[in-house]
Structure formats: C-alpha cells, structure tokens
Design a protein around this ligand. Sequence first.
Ligand code: ZN
Length: 451
Amino acid sequence: MLLCAQYVLPITSEPFQHGAVLIRDGVIRDIGSVDMLKLRYPDEEIKDFGLAALMPGFVDLHTHLENSVMRGVVHDVPYTTWIMSVVEKSAKMDVSDWYDSAILGGLEALSSGITCVADITGTGAACTATQKLGMRSVIYREVGAMDKRRVDYAMRVAENDIMHWREEVDESRITIGIAPAAMYACHPSVYGKVSEFARREELPVAMHLAGNREEYNFIKYGSSPFSVHTMDQKRGYVEIPPWLPTGTTPVRYALNWGAFESDNVLAIHCVHVDDTDVKKLREYDVAVAVCPRCNAQLGMGVAPLDEFMRSDLRLGLGTDSPAATDSTDMLMEMRIGMLVQRAVNVGQFLDSATMLEMATIGGARALKLDDKIGSLDVGKRADIIAVDLSSSHQTPTTDPVSAVVNTCSGADILMTMVDGVALYEKNKWNVGVEVAKSIARVIEIRGKLRV
Ligand SMILES: [Zn+2]
C-alpha cells in the first residue's frame, strides 16, 4: 500500500512535501515523492490523506494504561495526597476492572497516535490489553516490598508472572520487563535482585526515580509523609519498617544498591537531580522518560531537560497515568513540555523539532527499539500515523513540524498503524475488542470508585 500526504516527516531526515511511503508485509519498503513512487509502483493501492503529515507513531515512554478509569477521580491535589488517594481507590478494582481500564487506555493511546507504550503495571492488564489491541509495547512488571522479609516472595511472584506473560504475547511486538516499585514502597535489596534477574533473562528495567520532593526528602533526610506510611501493592496503605536517612540523592541511592546494573534501564521523571546524578545516569547509560504534564499537574517540579540533552542522555517523553494528567496525548505532552522549558529556562530555547524527535526516535532509542521503530526509514516496521493539518485551527500551515507540535492534539489524528495494520482510522476501529462495549464497562467501573 502507498500512503500519501502533503507532508512527510521521517524525523531522521528533513521533512518533505507531496510525499509517499510504501508499506509491504508490515515494513516500510520505500519512501519518496508521490510522483516517483507512483511511477515505481503503478499497481499499488493508494491511500491519500491530503493536507496532513505522515510520520512515525509516537513512542509513549511512560504509561499506566490500567489507571485510565481513574481519570479525574482525584483532582487538584499535590503528588502525595494524589498517590495515596489513587492507591485507596485501587483497592476497589478487581482483575477484570483493571483489564477493561487498560483497554480504555490503549484505545485512547491509539486514537491519539501512540503506537508504542512503555507501561508499568502491577496486574498485567496492560500486557493483555496491548496484545489484544495490536499495539506495540514494553510492559514492566512492578515489584516491591518495603519489609525485607517479604522481598523474596514478591520477587518470586513477579518472576513467575513475567515468565507467563512472555508466553502469552507476540514477542515481535511486545517485550516484557521488570520495574522496582517507588522508593518509598521498596526495600533497597529489591534493586540488586531486579538487576540480577534482568541480566539473567535479558529484560529491560524501568523505575520511577527522583520524581517528587517527598521522595527526595524521604531518601536523603528520612523526613516526609512516606517515612510514616507507604503503599503496598496488595495490602494498600501500610506502616513502614524503621527507616534511616541515607544522606544521598535518590539517583545515587538507587545506584549504590545496584539499580543500574543491567543493560537496558529506563528512569522515569528525574526531576530532583543534581549535576553528579546526571553524570551517573550518563555513565551507566540510563535512559530518561520525562513527563512534563504529570510533573506540572501534581506540583512535582520541572526536569532539567537542557542538562539531560547536554549530557547526551537517551531521552523521551511519557504521558504517565491518566489518573494524573487526564489524557494520554503525546501532542499535548510535547507542547506543554516545550512551553514549560521555555518559561523556566530563559536563555535556552527548546524547539518543536527537538520535541518531535523526543516523542518518536528519542523514545525508541530509550527503549533500545530504534532499529525497528521511531522514524520513517526503509526497513523499519510500519508504525505510522497521519496527522490532520487541514482544520481552521491549523490554517495556514507552512512549517509542518511546528504545526504538529503547536496546533495539534490527539483529536487531529487521522490514522494509526502498527506493523502495517491501520488499527484506528478517524472513529473507525480495527482492534480485537468491541469498542462501545469496552467504554460502557469502564463507565460501570467508575461508579464503584466514586463511593
Ligand atoms: Zn508513573
């Protein structure tokens, strides 16, 4: 099939006009001008998106798809109050609720042009959901226990889940990984055990790291709400065992306990970091997922993106939990992320092209999937989206990169394709679930969370 549009944004090379991309067997086989490709492939079926941009699908570097049903349920509160409330609400959800919630999250992601998510889950719902929907994903099984005596058991259960999930999924599309839980919910010995298991099984690792001030104070000074109570995946809100301040930063604490000692580590947030922390992240080749909208919404702070870029870290953008940000929308994430950086870093000036790179090839590099996805290059998987640029709020368009970042939202996505299959085409679905039924189920679940 020949996909055509007014603009093509390959990301790894310059945008061009009147472009076409040839897709065969789920792979990008050719790319160039419409005229040239029509001449080369005269019998090929043509799909023309008109005044739109064809580009690689977004790589959302941090999601919790299973939390989609919690959209807006805890609003207008800072991080600690928010996380405690979300954990409390979570106790009301059962296995099928998590699954339906993750399906909703997957549908939203696809309809807003996200073709690949890196998702942290305690339940596995995102694993089943992305498998069923046909999306690409890296699914990290979260594991943690604050009480040292529970660590081995927690690891055994997680390892068992990971082995099962690996058998259930199409491994060319879905990768299973492991994620130590938040620092205030995780005995430090978990880090070394996670790294050892990840090395043995060649798994990617992801972890929330240095995201909020309370976590920083807890690790460094032993003083924050987390030094009294914490969250346990199964038992909810629990008292923590005695905790001593460590006098160091969250990044160095994780490093000291062996968290970076496997080959493919992704750190999420990294807001409360100093120069030495950034150097360490570089030294250990830890990739970073920046989540500007979640960080702003929950009053967590602003990640030093310019420092990360100067240090040449592998970097991408994540939308994080819809329970915090309300939507899984990488277009909004790029725009707000860019504007926040411009507002706080006078003298630096982040541009649209950099944001677009972070949201596509940057995310792919962070996941070490850039040989397969993240740009429109011959030989890569056909994970492609078409973004409408014809509406009144986008007219006139002269620079497609700037138009995509500054004028679009998820609602402007015309088509989302994974592995050459158009899973979403403007309100039409081609996924393994009944969409109307899934949405009705989620509304029902939401009723339980209100009480
Ligand atoms: Zn998160």
